[in-house]
Design a protein around this ligand. Structure first.
Ligand SMILES: Cc1cc2nc3c(=O)[nH]c(=O)nc-3n(C[C@H](O)[C@H](O)[C@H](O)COP(=O)(O)OP(=O)(O)OC[C@H]3O[C@@H](n4cnc5c(N)ncnc54)[C@H](O)[C@@H]3O)c2cc1C
Length: 450
């Protein structure tokens, strides 16, 4: 293969704009029937829409198999909601196709700008994990193209081990060319929602328990800078797809407004974040607010502003997402929030959610029973890393795990602790595939590197 020159291209970075990879060689896959591009001395990694925060979608000094042209529909049955499409199709495209026909992705992350291949490879979760499990639970099968030219249709009934390794497999088991998904039926694009003010962590757990049976989607926004008896204050948000009696809004999915430039590094400091948190808390009138809303602002509040990651400035930002076993109101989450409140670092976004008990779909799936918190930190260098190191101690001494899709810094030891099935997974890694993440956390046994 004659590969184009390696590129130090900003569009080939990851969402956190943090690790700047060594130059990468993008190779566009134009047809799902084409053979896999190979290079004798370079590893390959599939690339979706680059919405992972850390380095699972980076492959410095290697090939990036760009899937944006694998964007074709293959079949859709509007009676059963079974959709087959190429792996570069985005959730945004699926929503545009399926919602008018009364169908919706069974699981969606907090952005619709992810590809089907990326959603499978990180086995992403949404606000309905307690009801529906992860994205992988609704994948009926996919075709995997390996570097030896083999094409395998993987499903629960065929190549089942490889199916489990590829769901959450971080792009290391081969290229997913097409996939078959089960969508869920809806009556219209509207959501019944309720926002409830929480004065602390105990109210979060009470509300999560109370909502489990009747609300499909639950999540909480937490004020990560609150201190003392306000620790864990925030807003609990829950929603269900609206019933047939609700009039559908005419609202169309809009293209995001783009942030043109990186913000100055001082834009998101502790003072401005404290003010934004205060305003967010005050936005809710009274203690409880019910409303009907279109699905877009409910699921994708950040998608209205394209490139919002640039607001963190040129130094980028870390997202630190962990899961820990839930331990009532004395959970490790309290210890984490206390550590945050005592630190000088700024937490811009803090999102808390209880995972359900669904067994993991993939060998390396992140969600497991417990509570997960996602924290965004502007990168201030050593002091930010020191804080995350302190958080690691709390997470891992409580038997927790970190989420690879968000990670730019976990150690090989913490990766191994987070994913006890790593040894089983390694047998499925394609020897021609690798990534910056895989090398950093030593996911690939040394002899398997090309
Ligand atoms: C605003 C925002 C909100 C988010 N909210 C959530 C959330 O609520 N829950 C959650 O779980 N995640 C969330 N994420 C993370 C995001 O959903 C995942 O990182 C997702 O995997 C990104 O998909 P992508 O298409 O951009 O893939 P990329 O980031 O490009 O790649 C992700 C991984 O998938 C692999 N891959 C991509 N395509 C293929 C393919 N065809 N075959 C094999 N492997 C492939 C890549 O090699 C890489 O390892 C969020 C991200 C953002 C920016």
């Amino acid at each position: 293969m004659s590969a184009p020159d390696a590129k130090q291209d900003d569009s080939l970075r990851s969402w956190g704009l943090l690790p700047r990879p060594a130059p990468q060689i993008p190779v566009t896959i134009r047809s799902r029937h084409a053979p896999l591009p190979r290079s004798p001395d370079k590893s390959a990694l599939p690339r979706g829409m680059g919405r992972s925060y850390g380095d699972v979608c980076l492959n410095g000094d290697g090939l990036l198999l760009m899937t944006d042209r694998l964007d074709r529909w293959i079949s859709f049955d509007p009676v059963t909601g079974i959709l087959q499409c190429e792996s570069g199709v985005s959730l945004d495209a699926i929503l545009r196709l399926a919602v008018p026909l009364g169908w919706f992705p069974a699981v969606t992350p907090g952005t619709r700008f992810v590809s089907v291949g990326g959603a499978i490879a990180n086995d992403v979760h949404g606000k309905n994990h307690h009801r529906a499990g992860t994205f992988g639970a609704h994948v009926r099968g996919f075709e995997l193209l390996r570097s030896d030219g083999a094409r395998q249709w993987c499903s629960r009934g065929s190549h089942a081990d490889r199916f489990r390794a590829t769901i959450g497999g971080l792009g290391l088991t081969g290229l997913i060319t097409r996939a078959e998904l089960q969508l869920q039926p809806i009556h219209n694009p509207m959501m019944d929602t309720e926002d409830i003010r929480m004065d602390g962590l105990a109210s979060f757990f009470d509300l999560a328990d109370e909502s489990d049976a009747h609300w499909d989607y639950t999540v909480a926004w937490i004020d990560g800078l609150a201190t003392g008896n306000q620790l864990g204050r925030g807003i609990f948000m829950r929603g269900n797809h609206a019933g047939p009696e609700v009039a559908a809004s005419e609202k169309k999915l809009r293209k995001p407004i783009e942030v043109p430039l990186h913000a100055p590094d001082v834009a998101l400091n502790r003072q401005s974040i404290r003010l934004l948190n205060f305003l967010q808390h005050q936005k809710l009138r009274g203690d409880r607010q019910q409303k009907q809303t279109h699905f877009a602002p409910f699921f994708y509040p950040l998608d209205g502003v394209g490139g919002w990651n640039k607001l963190y400035g040129r130094r980028g930002f870390y997202q630190y997402q962990f899961v820990v076993p839930r331990d009532g109101p004395h959970s490790p989450v309290r210890e984490i929030l206390r550590t945050l409140s005592e630190s000088d670092e700024s937490v811009f976004l803090a999102v808390l959610k209880c995972f359900g008990d669904a067994p993991p779909e993939g060998l390396l799936s992140f969600p497991r029973p417990g509570v997960t918190l996602a924290l965004d930190f502007p990168n201030r260098g050593e002091s930010t890393r020191k804080l995350m190191h302190e958080l690691d101690e709390i997470v891992f001494s409580n038997g927790g795990a970190l989420y690879p899709a968000k990670d730019a810094r976990m150690s090989p030891e913490h990766f191994r602790q987070s994913f006890p099935a790593l040894d089983l997974f390694q047998a499925h890694i394609d020897p021609a595939f690798s990534s910056d993440f895989a090398r950093r956390v030593e996911a690939i046994p040394v002899k398997a590197t090309p």
